[in-house]
Design a protein around this ligand. Structure first.
Ligand SMILES: NC(=O)c1ccc[n+]([C@@H]2O[C@H](COP(=O)([O-])OP(=O)(O)OC[C@H]3O[C@@H](n4cnc5c(N)ncnc54)[C@H](O)[C@@H]3O)[C@@H](O)[C@H]2O)c1
Length: 367
């Protein structure tokens, strides 16, 4: 860990992964999520923490799931209804249940279809926040398949030449098996930064760099609290990958963001753009069985060779190494596995509040 990264964790307590996963599962159970589903939700969140994706693990428990279940926005019990199905495809209605539960089941269904027919795709509507897209892509990669997943989200991103947030942060993830110790996992939002990054900046009282977020006047915004507030009113927009205008390729990020919006909404009949409130989102899950194309071991070796060749490329001056997608998350796990989840003061406060409100026993985290 660099000294810059270490500074980010200065005020953190470190909580053992198993303890944190059990805590999150107990919180979900206490607000009405059935036991197996509660474990599934906790597993998706702890996977984010294990992979160093601090924006999408314990940090999301209270604001995105606990609060929304408690205020009736989303239902703790998930009805998984297949509304249309073919041997290779399905459309699922989640009925505003738990996004993580419907998504695990949907990727599992896509995988079953791929086992039978080489490929499977499932589109989901009326769902809620599903956490990290990479979790579902990795479900397939772990079984020797290529996994692809994306989701729509609340309006946050402006179209190129626009100054109004229309599109979600719409993450897109690809997981592919390799012969290395970790799969290739590209898992990121389609704007330059996602909402969670702004939330982290707000919690840490840090400015967002210029050129990532614009106000309705087209000027950069850097105050994270203001950005989060104005985004809800439609007056602040994240910029798509590539940034403002066409000069640095902003139109390409805008295009990919739109692809995720269409695949999430138009196949499943989910809400889109400004109609998304966070509890009526759409997702899609694709599984491709590598063995339908080639010998799995050959694929893994060739994919591994591509990644190794990339990492061996000539480096830019002052750069120590080149990474490939999924590598930093694997390194984060190696770094964290004996330490646990970093919990900053603001999340500590949220956890203590939940423990008090639910009267949960047996959780003394020492903060
Ligand atoms: N559910 C939702 O509504 C939602 C919305 C947005 C984002 N998310 C999730 O938030 C998480 C973080 O998204 P993000 O956009 O902040 O991701 P990010 O900008 O941190 O990028 C992460 C990706 O880039 C790869 N990467 C990082 N540095 C690299 C390098 N130097 N070389 C090669 N690859 C590199 C990582 O391996 C990873 O695949 C993701 O898990 C995403 O699914 C969820």
């Amino acid at each position: 860990m660099s000294s810059k990264e270490a500074a980010l964790y200065e005020d953190c307590a470190w909580v053992d992964f198993d303890l944190m996963e059990r805590f999150m599962a107990d919180v979900f159970k206490a607000v009405g999520v059935p036991e197996e589903d509660a474990k599934a939700c906790a597993e998706v969140l702890i996977t984010a923490d294990k992979r160093g994706i601090d924006s999408h693990g314990i940090s999301r428990l209270k604001p995105i799931y606990y609060d929304r279940i408690r205020n009736g926005m989303q239902k703790p019990v998930t009805k998984f209804e297949i509304v249309k199905e073919s041997p290779t495809t399905a459309v699922v209605d989640c009925h505003t249940g738990m996004g993580m539960v419907v998504s695990k089941k949907s990727m599992q269904l896509a995988i079953e279809k791929a086992k039978g027919y080489g490929m499977g795709m499932v589109a989901v509507r009326n769902s809620t926040h599903y956490g990290i897209a990479g979790y579902y892509a990795m479900m397939a990669a772990d079984l020797g398949m290529i996994g692809i997943s994306g989701t729509s989200a609340r309006p946050a991103v402006a179209p190129t030449f626009g100054a109004e947030n229309m599109l979600g942060t719409n993450p897109l993830s690809f997981g592919m098996p390799t012969d290395e110790d970790f799969p290739f996992v590209l898992d990121c939002a389609t704007p330059i930064i996602q909402r969670g990054t702004v939330e982290i900046a707000a919690r840490a009282s840090k400015r967002v760099p210029k050129g990532l977020v614009v106000g309705s006047d087209g000027n950069s915004m850097t105050n994270p609290d203001e950005i989060l507030e104005e985004m809800l009113k439609g007056n602040a927009s994240l910029l798509p990958l590539g940034g403002i205008g066409e000069g640095t390729g902003g139109h390409k990020g805008y295009g990919y963001c739109t692809v995720v919006e269409i695949l999430s909404a138009a196949l499943s009949g989910a809400a889109f753009l400004k109609n998304i409130t966070g509890v009526n989102v759409g997702h899609f899950f694709i599984a491709i069985d590598v063995s339908a194309f080639t010998v799995l071991e050959d694929f893994k070796k060739r994919a591994g060779d591509i990644l190794r060749d990339l990492r061996a490329a000539k480096k830019m001056p002052n750069q120590e190494r080149i990474y490939t997608a999924g590598e930093k998350e694997y390194l984060a796990w190696l770094e964290r596995k004996d330490k646990g989840v970093p919990v900053n003061k603001s999340i500590q406060k949220e956890m203590l509040q939940i423990i008090k409100e639910l009267n949960l026993k047996g959780y003394d985290f020492g903060f």
